[in-house]
Write a protein that binds this ligand. Structure first.
Ligand code: ATP
Ligand code: MG
Length: 387
């Protein structure tokens, strides 16, 4: 069977277009590999040929692969008007099965000028045939319920309304970034949104066992599994951070601990980023959501990173974040009870407007270089293939 795939913003990328399309084709291939898909590119469209048994799997992948704005099951026919008509009738019958009646339009495009009918003539002839054969269908060229596309190229391609894709850009075109992933609601959404803009994601989770439960790690793993499809596969690095957390707790005034802990995470994640060739860090922070997410706090916590820190949720309300989390299917996991930030390390009165120089001084005085390096040396990697 065949699917015709429409790509969106990619086609605006001028000279880079080939690169973007190539990435998209590779990503679809990777995700559908078990079904041996065949993909071809022509004139801004991608044609997917795949075994019939993979219909549902294909639709699942195409509706969640960034860079795709829409797709439709297509009939590929010989360039003969009778064959085209049969394929168009098939589309109308499929439509009527679910809708019973409606309006339609034929959108014909003839790239092969040796075909005897012009685009207009194709639309007119086949439109007449539909009206004669299916009295429950009427023409509406402005707001039709069903658009049947007929494209005459190397062969004839016929397809109906189809379904939407997620939009965005193919994962990988924007390089690689390190997502600081906790088990909460925000950071999975953050990673998803950055992947949508073409960033290849690697996730880092800071585990402070036994102060945080083993189940918190289980939650993070479930979240990574859920992100692995749209992210086209990703690594999860589990960094054992208990020594670092204890050093902060021992050596710093209590109100500073949360900020110092975040700063240590940024420091550590950016070093991992350096090892992995990443261009940026990504967090789930949102302005004023909690004490550690004021502009003053983030100025300090981000200052220990050697890479720019991207915060795609910075201007979103919690409600908007929750809506997205539900849409992408991470919400149910995120709200499971195991908290990643343990009370042992959180001050009762966290700083809201920390003094930048003072915090930097505290951080430098803790001598975290050794513990942070050790945590990187001991980190574990888990690979989640694209699902
Ligand atoms: P989230 O919902 O993502 O947990 P949050 O609103 O609870 O975010 P914080 O707990 O203050 O906010 O964390 C802010 C950001 O720091 C998180 O979005 C995440 O990017 C990062 N972060 C916090 N804890 C961890 C952790 N244990 N491992 C990795 N990253 C973390
Ligand atoms: Mg959290």
């Amino acid at each position: 069977m065949f699917f015709l795939i429409r790509v969106g913003e990619i086609s605006l990328k001028g000279g880079n277009r080939g690169y973007f399309e190539d990435k998209l084709v590779r990503n679809i291939k990777r995700r559908l590999r078990p079904f041996k898909p065949k993909l071809t590119l022509s004139k801004g469209r991608v044609l997917l040929e795949i075994q019939d048994a993979a219909e549902n799997a294909s639709m699942g992948v195409l509706s969640t692969t960034f860079g795709i704005v829409g797709y439709a099951k297509a009939t590929v026919a010989e360039k003969r008007i009778d064959d085209v008509r049969t394929a168009v009738f098939h589309e109308v019958e499929c439509f009527l099965e679910t809708r019973g009646q409606g309006t339609f339009k034929i959108a014909a495009r003839r790239s092969d000028k040796s075909f005897p009918l012009t685009s207009h003539e194709i639309a007119e002839a086949i439109g007449d045939d539909i009206r004669a054969r299916f009295p429950e269908m009427t023409v509406d060229v402005h707001h039709p319920d069903l658009v049947v596309h007929v494209e005459i190229r190397d062969r004839a391609y016929v397809y109906g309304n189809g379904a939407g894709g997620p939009g965005g850009l193919p994962v990988g075109v924007a390089g690689r970034g390190i997502l600081l992933l906790s088990g909460g609601i925000d950071s999975p959404v953050s990673g998803y949104l950055m992947a949508k803009r073409g960033l290849a994601i690697e996730a880092v989770y800071f585990h402070t066992y036994p102060y945080t439960a083993e189940e918190a790690l289980g939650k993070v793993k479930t979240l990574v599994e859920k992100l692995s499809g749209p992210c086209c596969g990703l690594n999860l690095y589990v960094v054992h951070f208990t020594e670092v957390a204890l050093a902060i707790r021992r050596g710093a005034p209590r109100p500073q601990t949360t900020l110092l802990m975040r700063a240590a995470m940024m420091d550590c994640a950016s070093r991992i980023g350096g090892l992995r060739g990443a261009l940026c860090l990504v967090t789930g922070e949102s302005l004023s959501q909690v004490a550690s997410q004021t502009a003053q706090s983030m100025r300090f916590t981000g200052s220990t990173s050697r890479l720019p820190v991207f915060r795609p949720l910075i201007a979103l309300d919690k409600e908007e974040i929750v809506t997205t989390a539900k849409k992408i299917g991470t919400y149910e996991t995120s709200i499971l009870p195991f908290e990643d930030c343990c009370t042992v390390f959180s001050p009762e009165k966290p700083l809201i407007r920390p003094d930048f120089a003072l915090m930097q001084h505290s951080y430098a005085g803790l001598g975290l270089d050794g513990p942070v390096s050790a945590s990187i040396a001991g980190m574990e990697r888990f690979w989640y293939p694209p699902a």
